[in-house]
Design a protein around this ligand. Sequence first.
Ligand SMILES: Cc1cc2nc3c(=O)[nH]c(=O)nc-3n(C[C@H](O)[C@H](O)[C@H](O)COP(=O)(O)O)c2cc1C
Length: 258
Amino acid sequence: MNEVLEQLYARKSVRAFEDREISKEDKRTILEAAIMAPSAGNQQLYTILDITDPDKRVRLSQTCDNQPFIAKARMVLIFCADCQKWRDAFEAADCEPRRPGAGDLLLAIEDAVIAAQNAVTAAWSLGIGSCYIGDIMENCEIHRKLLGLPEYVFPAAMLVFGYPTKQQAERKKPERAELGYIVHENTYRHMEPEELQRMFDKQTGEKEYRDWMQAFCRRKYNSDFSREMTRSARAYLKEFEEHPAGAGDCSQPPLLSR
Ligand SMILES: Cc1cc2nc3c(=O)[nH]c(=O)nc-3n(C[C@H](O)[C@H](O)[C@H](O)COP(=O)(O)O)c2cc1C
């Protein structure tokens, strides 16, 4: 296995950090690596918020489903899908841009998350661990205010970084479902309950499948944080979907394709 593959296989999330700063040089290297990621039309449809204010980190550790390790991280980055800056630039150059829609948002989210993953990989290569925090998508109203997010900016991914503690470095990486369940050839294939059960074999361990699945569903999918994420995402989406029809409207397909 070459070094890149070795690192991709070895990387795992880190949630407890050593008492050691990330140097300015390493931080810059991670950020530079992030922006080397591909982006749609090289537009870099994202803005990275570097959260250096300790009070903001503490607040985020509360608003992101109360995860105290966020406040203890040595670097906190929020990758925002940014449909605002191009719109502002288009307007300033009298381009008469339409209002951004759901497609623009999804494209910008792709750009933002791809850049975030570059940061994860770059950090790991420097011995620095990281963890995504999906809960940044929650609490739209609070996060908009806390981070000063304008209308067409959505916090797509949050990452916390730091040097792993010994325990974290030695922690076993969680198992993955085997490739055969993940890769479908040419068309999507619905899996029968028996196959789905086999897919989770490595994760259920000693536990009865049904019990494991019910506990997981309760803890994650049906949880309060998950419901809040959907509510909050809808509030962000509203800006992209609900706007007055007219010249700037992109909710209707172009005339030719109707
Ligand atoms: C989009 C996304 C959101 C996540 N959110 C959280 C989170 O809020 N808290 C947390 O502790 N881990 C979070 N994780 C980390 C996952 O739990 C972790 O990636 C997964 O269990 C696989 O483990 P590994 O990263 O160690 O391979 C998130 C990961 C992703 C990709």
